[in-house]
Write a protein that binds this ligand. Structure first.
Ligand SMILES: [Zn+2]
Length: 271
C-alpha cells in the first residue's frame, strides 16, 4: 500500500504535466471511482479550467483549481500516469483527456482508489492530523500528544486523525530506530526517546521520498519502476533475521491490527 513517501513521489511525478493545463473529458471505466460526485458533476465543474496546483495532504493527491479541489486516494493499488495513446490495459478505473492531447490515467487493480471533489481543502484539513514533515510537527508537539494520551504507541502513530500519512512500514522502522517497543503505552515513553522518535520520523520519511518510496507488495511506482527505499529498511519484512543493532531474532506479531516487526531485546516495553 502506498504510504506518504510513495504518494509524494507520485505527486512530484505528475505535477509538472498538470499545472497550467486543463482537463477536457473523462471516461469512467469503474463507476465507483467517483466517490462523492458524478461524471456530470466532473464535466460541469472541472472541465476547461486551469489547474493551479498539485500537492499532497496526508495520502491524498490534491489537484487544485481555485478554492475547489479534486482529491485522489490511491488506496491499495492505484497508479496515476500519463500516456499518449488510449490504453487498452485492464484495471483502468478512469481516463482523463488533457487539453494538450495526452491522457491522464488512473489504473487500479484492486479498485479501492477513489476521486473526491470538495469546494475547498478545509474539509480534509479539519479531518486529518498533522503533517509529519511540517514545522508544526516537532518534539514538543509529539511529547504533549504522547504524554496526554494513554494509548499503545503503535496504534497512536497509525491514527491518521493525529498524524497524517504515517503508515505501517515507517512506524515499525521509526519505533525500532528509537528503541521503543510497539506495545508501549504512550505516556510511559521517556522524553529522550521521543526526541529520537520525532527526528527519525522526519528523516525516515525524507530519505524514503528521496529514494522514491518503498515498494512492498502490490505497489509499483510509475512505469514498473520500484522505489529504492526497500534497500534501507532495517526491520520491516525482516522477521526471523537478526536485528541489525543487537543480533536478536526479529519478531513479527499482530499489534494494533497490523503485522508489526520489532526486536524483542532492544525495543523496550514500558507499561
Ligand atoms: Zn535489537
Amino acid at each position: 500500500m502506498p504510504e506518504l513517501p510513495e504518494v509524494e513521489t507520485v505527486v512530484q511525478s505528475i505535477r509538472d504535466k498538470l499545472i497550467g493545463n486543463e482537463f477536457e473529458n473523462i471516461e469512467i471505466r469503474w463507476p465507483k471511482v467517483l466517490f462523492n460526485f458524478s461524471k456530470e458533476d466532473f464535466l460541469n465543474t472541472l472541465i476547461n479550467r486551469k489547474i493551479q496546483r498539485v500537492d499532497r495532504r496526508a495520502k491524498f493527491i490534491i489537484i487544485g483549481f481555485d478554492d475547489d479541489i479534486l482529491a485522489i486516494h490511491l488506496r491499495m493499488t492505484g497508479k496515476l500516469y500519463f500516456q499518449n495513446n488510449l490504453s487498452q490495459k485492464k484495471h483502468i478505473s478512469a481516463i482523463i483527456t488533457m487539453n494538450n492531447g495526452g491522457y491522464f490515467i488512473f489504473e487500479d487493480t484492486r479498485k479501492f482508489g477513489r476521486f473526491y471533489y470538495y469546494n475547498s481543502q478545509d474539509y480534509l484539513n479539519n479531518k486529518l492530523g498533522i503533517e509529519p514533515l511540517s514545522n508544526e510537527f516537532n518534539d514538543i508537539w509529539l511529547k504533549n500528544i504522547l504524554h496526554n494520551k494513554k494509548r499503545m504507541i503503535k496504534a497512536l502513530l497509525l491514527d491518521q486523525n493525529i498524524i497524517a500519512g504515517l503508515g505501517n512500514i515507517y512506524v515499525d522502522e521509526c519505533l525500532w530506530k528509537s528503541n521503543i517497543h510497539p506495545q508501549t503505552v504512550s505516556n510511559k515513553i521517556p522524553f529522550k526517546n521521543i526526541l529520537i522518535l520525532c527526528k527519525e520520523i522526519k528523516s525516515t520519511l525524507q530519505s524514503s521520498i528521496n529514494a522514491h518510496g518503498t515498494t512492498v507488495v502490490n505497489f509499483t511506482f510509475l512505469n514498473g519502476q520500484s522505489g529504492k527505499y526497500s534497500d534501507q529498511l532495517n526491520i520491516f519484512g525482516k522477521e526471523g533475521r537478526p536485528c541489525p543493532r543487537c543480533s536478536q531474532t526479529i519478531k513479527k506479531k499482530k499489534i494494533a491490527g497490523r503485522g508489526t516487526h520489532f526486536c524483542p531485546k532492544c525495543q523496550i516495553k514500558r507499561n
